[in-house]
Ligand binder design. Structure first.
Ligand code: GLV
Length: 325
């Protein structure tokens, strides 16, 4: 008899068809975000799950899913999954590294350019019928070319953002827990600096760190205050890396010039302060949302699930120490 699996959110039909060649598939194509109770009940008799960042996989859930052996996240970030709890319950956990780097870097650049050149503010001005005449000093923005770009987190996505800066003749600074290989530094023409130097010298600060207790509020009031008054902050990483209260206050009082944000601390809820501010460009967590990339992410999660439940060797295993019994 085929193993039972559950897909917690709507995915592409082709990926469901692929899963159906291996498993008895139960899925939530209606796409309502499930409560913890609904998720526990859906997983109570399943051996595998494909989930998204909207689902919390923790001790409380896993203690109710006696048959579960694998949880495959349709995301590269996995702060929604408690790996220690997975280990304790013999559950393999996987993510989707590698397939979304370029698309996410493209979107970080979308926010860099839109924020620096005040695109959404300009469009709103036009749509509101406020444009009456051309003016030399209208909607003046920040030059991106020849500016200094500071990248916090020089993993695959940070590097892809840095490579794109070459075309804009920028100076690229980066900070991470440690330096990347010299070949990567020279390919990206990026220089390793301290966090303080990066914040103090950059015209654009772009965040590319995973979310964890160590990166919680990495950008709080103190760190934001180290940035130039003319600088902008870009977050395509995770909500929680930035203290939204502190950022709203900094944008309101002119501590920095602007922000481009794809992720939020309490998403999908938006800090009400952001809505009132003209100097912030907002998007609903869509940095990886090209058709091709979201398809690849879903297929990679499905392939991980098939490998986990057939060979016990999923390619993107996050907890290699887990007992795969
Ligand atoms: C999206 O946010 C991801 O982590 O893949």
């Amino acid at each position: 008899m085929n193993k039972k699996i559950f897909v917690s959110r709507e995915i592409f039909e082709e990926v469901l068809d692929f899963l159906a060649t291996h498993f008895e598939v139960h899925s939530n194509q209606a796409d309502a975000v499930l409560t913890a109770e609904e998720l526990a009940s859906a997983l109570s008799d399943k051996e595998g799950a494909m989930v998204a960042l909207t689902e919390r996989i923790d001790e409380a859930l896993l203690s109710r899913c006696a048959h579960l052996r694998a949880v495959c996240n349709i995301a590269v970030g996995y702060n929604n999954i408690d790996l220690a709890a997975c280990n304790a319950h013999g559950v393999m956990a996987t993510n989707t590294p590698g397939v979304l780097d370029d698309t996410t870097a493209d979107f970080a650049w979308t926010l860099i350019l839109a924020t620096a050149r005040r695109l959404t503010e300009a469009e709103r001005y036009l749509r509101d019928g406020k444009w009456k005449k051309w003016e030399l000093k209208q909607l003046l923005g920040l030059d991106v070319h020849h500016a200094t770009l500071g990248i916090m987190g020089m993993g695959r996505i940070g590097q892809a953002v840095a490579r794109r800066a070459l075309g804009f003749d920028m100076e690229v600074l980066y900070h991470d827990q440690s330096r990347v290989a010299p070949e990567i530094e020279s390919a990206c023409r990026a220089r390793f600096v301290s966090r303080e130097e990066l914040l103090g010298k950059s015209d654009i600060v772009s965040l590319h760190v995973p979310y964890s207790p160590q990166t919680h509020h990495l950008m709080g009031a103190q760190e934001i205050s180290l940035m130039k008054k003319s600088a902008i902050l870009i977050n395509t990483a995770r909500g929680g890396v930035v203290d939204d209260d502190a950022l709203v206050e900094a944008l309101r009082s002119g501590v920095i010039a602007g922000a481009g944000l794809d992720v939020f601390e309490r998403e999908p809820a938006l800090h009400p302060g952001f809505k009132e501010l003209a100097n912030v460009v907002l998007s609903p967590h869509i940095a990886s949302a090209s058709r091709n990339t979201r398809f690849k992410m879903a297929m990679k999660a499905a392939e991980n699930l098939v490998a986990a439940l057939t060979t016990g060797q999923p390619p993107d295993l996050l907890n290699p120490g887990v007992n795969r019994g």
